[in-house]
Design a protein around this ligand. Sequence first.
Ligand SMILES: [Zn+2]
Ligand SMILES: [Zn+2]
Length: 238
Amino acid sequence: MRCTSLLREYLFPANCAICGRMLFDKDECWYGLCHVCIPRFGLDLDVPRCSVCGRPLISEQGRCVDCRNTDDHAFDRALALFPYTGQYRKLLSAFKFAKRRALGNFLGAKLLESLAYFPDLDADTVLIPVPPRPGKLRKTGWDQLACLAAILERTKIRSKSLPVYRCLKRLPSQSQKELSRDNRKTNLQGRILCAKKAPHRAIVFDDVITTGSTLDACALALKEAGAEKVYGLCLFYT
Ligand SMILES: [Zn+2]
Ligand SMILES: [Zn+2]
């Protein structure tokens, strides 16, 4: 796959998704970002973070303001990597909406790098993508999380990382983006199901965390089916 991707980038040279500079060497083309912009997305897992959602804390201790005002979540613990603003927002937009697939290699690498945050992963832990709304593929032609899952799956073969397990199904519901914070909590209740044998331990991954309701619905479905621990991993937080 990497050869095909590199050949495509060679035949149709791309520009850096952030600064627009032409991409030249194979790492730049592989990640869809130039060597100047790649270090702008460094990951620091050691900064103080909310013990629930994993957003970095500014002046709070323990839990962020959002999590202090929220009832308990169904997931055990989550990690959110980057704020959904500025260059980070631009990165996700280029991947999700402009369908710059090479950026999936970069975001997939960030997800794998961040697994070190979870201390008790075992050989039975699996990575589960949040399932898309029914009809999304038909409407937009792709699902960014399915793309990331496929990339993580190929990486698993190379690096012996965690396996990807697609066991969640989503029934029709309104898009979370269109709803208020309160309505997000109820919109997905009972709308996400575990359609296969539940894993023992899982990390559910998503692109953006806002209220955590989507992760909650996934965690609830997995736990009702028998999962012992469910973590959440999100690339961006609002
Ligand atoms: Zn750049
Ligand atoms: Zn929090």
